[in-house]
Design a binder for this molecule. Structure first.
Ligand code: ADP
Ligand code: MG
Length: 329
């Protein structure tokens, strides 16, 4: 079994069966006079985000790429393993992909959670390496490969060669930050208060890194002055403006990575370019903008949302090829 434990979504791959589970990394916890218990996990819990009464909390335990809440994370991993595990797989070997920024304590905690959930053996793989394997990059070769994985809480920027990380950086600016930027923009430009879920919907349906379309898009929210519901129409010019600072920050981080890459590998990257994975890669025109501003060819991986999970699954299947890229604590 392979698990992509993402800040926004968790995917589980079973050997020979592909992706068998794909759910938000969200846990709803109910506080009953100080006694906390898990109410829902995954899809069911996500619908509760921003809509919970006082005693229920919908938590994203990995939100910033680090584990904010170990107990909730463990409950979530256990829940997902049990869900796909049923009775068919007794004590499986599990490969889990972890963000490069996670600390040894966090890695150990992730590993212990999986062991507690019934795994026989738990190995870890770095997220950008899994992304590169999933995207089919030649990471075992003496050639530079570059991955920019834009997830929910973090963007992982990495340069790899000979199966190892030459440079890696975990930026805490990714899909969630885009949502927040849209919330702030709507407040500033239109005096309209919207929630994160609405902002995410706007980003997916109307968001762009370079405005090209001329459609308008209706956004409902609360008027900040009158306090009553209001609807405004926005354009791609709006979303591009809202996302501008975030995209600039990402471009700067990519440029930093290029400056910190040994010259031989930089030369490879000029030809090979960089590959975008993670849900953020689906933002309209993000590839064009990154290419324009970094001077590199930019490719969007096939199915960027499942690239890491697919790569983790491949590493599990072809243990011999990828054994040097797996670790255990
Ligand atoms: P993680 O690996 O951190 O769990 P994912 O790779 O699953 O993250 O990506 C989730 C992020 O991708 C979310 O912020 C989501 O809003 C964003 N996303 C998904 N689809 C799109 C889209 N079409 N355009 C822009 N962002 C998107
Ligand atoms: Mg991810």
């Amino acid at each position: 079994m392979a698990i992509d434990l993402g800040t926004a979504n968790t995917l589980v791959v079973l050997k020979g069966k592909g992706v068998v589970l794909n759910e938000p990394s969200v846990v709803a916890v109910v506080d009953n006079k100080g006694k906390k218990s898990v109410l829902a996990v995954g899809d069911e819990a996500k619908t509760m985000l921003g809509r919970t009464p006082g005693n229920i909390q919908a938590i994203r335990p990995l939100r910033d790429g680090v584990i904010a809440d170990f107990i909730v994370t463990e409950e979530m991993i256990k829940h997902f393993i049990k869900k796909v595990h049923k009775k068919t797989l007794a004590n499986p070997r599990i490969l889990i992909c972890v963000p490069t920024g996670s600390t040894p304590v966090e890695r150990k905690a992730i590993q212990d959670s999986a062991l507690a959930a019934g795994a026989r053996r738990v190995q870890l793989i770095e997220e950008p390496i899994a992304a590169a394997i999933g995207a089919g990059l030649p990471i075992s070769e003496a050639t530079g490969s570059m991955i920019v994985d834009i997830g929910g809480g973090t963007s992982e920027i990495a340069v790899m060669s000979l199966g190892g990380l030459v440079y890696s950086k975990s930026l805490r600016v990714a899909g969630d930050a885009m949502d927040t930027a849209i919330v702030n923009y709507m407040r500033k430009e239109y005096n309209l208060l919207i929630g994160d879920t609405t902002a995410e919907k706007i980003k997916k349906e109307m968001g762009t890194a370079i405005p090209t379309g001329t459609n308008t898009y209706p956004v409902k929210g609360r008027d900040l002055r009158s306090g009553t519901p209001k609807e405004v129409n926005i354009t791609e010019e709006d979303t591009a403006e809202a996302l501008n600072d975030i995209l600039k920050e990402m471009v700067n981080a990519i440029k930093d990575a290029l400056e910190n890459t040994p010259p031989e590998l930089s030369a490879d990257l000029v030809d090979m370019g960089l590959t975008l994975t993670g849900g953020g890669a689906l933002l309209k025109n993000i590839d064009k903008r990154f290419s324009k501003e970094t001077g590199l060819p930019v490719h969007v991986a096939d199915d960027p949302l499942s690239c890491v999970a697919v790569g983790t699954g491949k590493a599990l299947d072809q243990e011999e090829t990828f054994s040097t890229m797996l670790s255990e604590y």
